[in-house]
Design a protein around this ligand. Structure first.
Ligand SMILES: CC(C)(COP(=O)(O)OP(=O)(O)OC[C@H]1O[C@@H](n2cnc3c(N)ncnc32)[C@H](O)[C@@H]1OP(=O)(O)O)[C@@H](O)C(=O)NCCC(=O)NCCS
Length: 191
C-alpha cells in the first residue's frame, strides 16, 4: 500500500517518499542551502534544519504508509527529486491545518513548479480530507511564497508585525488561507 501513489502534473509530479529520497534530504540538511534562507530563517535551531523532517520521513517509511498522505515528494517530469509538499496537522485541531512546500533545488525556482505542486496538493487535500480551510504561514521576505499563495487564490488573513528577525532586521509574518468553498469556486474559473 502506498508505494506507487503519484499525482501527475504538467511540470511536476507529486509522489510518495521512498527510502532512497533520504539521501537527498541529507544533502539538503545544511544551513547553507538557499531554500533555508526563505523557509523560517529566524528559527534558532539546535539541530540542522531538516533533522526533524528526516526523522518524520523515517517514521513514515517504517510505518504502514497508508493514505491519506501527510507529505509527498516533488519530482520533475524526468524524475529528479526537487523538494516536497507537506501538511502540519493536529488531530485535535484539524481546521487549523497548514500546508508547506519546499523546492530545495533552487535552480528549479521561478518556472511555475511551486504553483503547480501546491495546486495539486491542495486539490488532493480537499478531495481526500474534510478540511474546511487550509492555510500557510510565511513572512514578508518570502515574495515567491506570498505570490504563489495569491496565484492560487489564498488571501492574507493575518499579519503579525515585526515578529521575526532575519540578519538583524525585523519582518512581518504573514498568514494566508483559503476556504474549501473558495477553492471550489476558484477552480470553476480556472485558478
Ligand atoms: C516558494 C517556492 C515554493 C516557490 O516555488 P517556485 O517554483 O519558484 O514558484 P513559481 O515559479 O510557481 O511562482 C513564483 C512566483 O513568485 C514570483 N517571485 C519570485 N521571487 C519574487 C520576488 N523577489 N519579488 C516578487 N515576486 C517574486 C515569481 O515571479 C512568480 O510569480 P509570477 O508567476 O506571477 O511571475 C520556492 O521558491 C521555494 O521552495 N522556496 C524555498 C522554500 C520556501 O520558501 N518555502 C515556503 C516556506 S513558507
Amino acid at each position: 500500500m502506498g508505494f506507487n501513489f503519484k499525482i501527475e502534473g504538467k511540470l511536476i509530479n507529486l509522489i510518495t517518499t521512498i527510502w532512497s529520497d533520504l539521501a537527498d534530504y541529507e544533502r539538503w540538511n545544511s544551513e547553507d542551502l538557499k531554500a533555508h534562507q526563505f523557509d523560517g530563517p529566524w528559527y534558532k535551531r539546535k539541530d540542522p534544519p531538516l533533522s526533524a523532517v528526516i526523522n518524520w520521513r523515517k517514521r513514515w517509511l517504517e510505518g504502514d504508509r497508508k493514505p491519506p498522505y501527510p507529505f509527498l515528494e516533488i519530482e520533475t517530469k524526468d524524475n529528479i527529486h526537487i523538494g516536497w509538499v507537506t501538511i502540519y496537522y493536529h488531530e485535535d485541531d484539524p481546521h487549523m491545518t497548514e500546508i508547506g512546500i519546499d523546492i530545495t533545488e533552487d535552480s528549479y525556482w521561478g518556472k511555475g513548479m511551486g504553483t503547480e505542486a501546491l495546486y495539486l496538493w491542495i486539490d488532493y487535500l480537499f478531495n481526500e480530507r474534510k478540511f474546511t480551510r487550509l492555510g500557510f504561514g510565511t513572512w514578508e521576505g518570502n515574495k515567491a511564497m506570498t505570490r504563489v499563495g495569491e496565484k492560487l487564490g489564498f488571501i492574507e488573513e493575518a499579519r503579525i508585525r515585526k515578529s521575526c528577525e532575519v540578519n538583524g532586521v525585523f519582518y512581518d509574518r504573514i498568514k494566508m488561507g483559503i476556504l474549501r468553498s473558495e477553492w471550489k469556486e476558484n477552480k470553476k474559473h480556472g485558478v
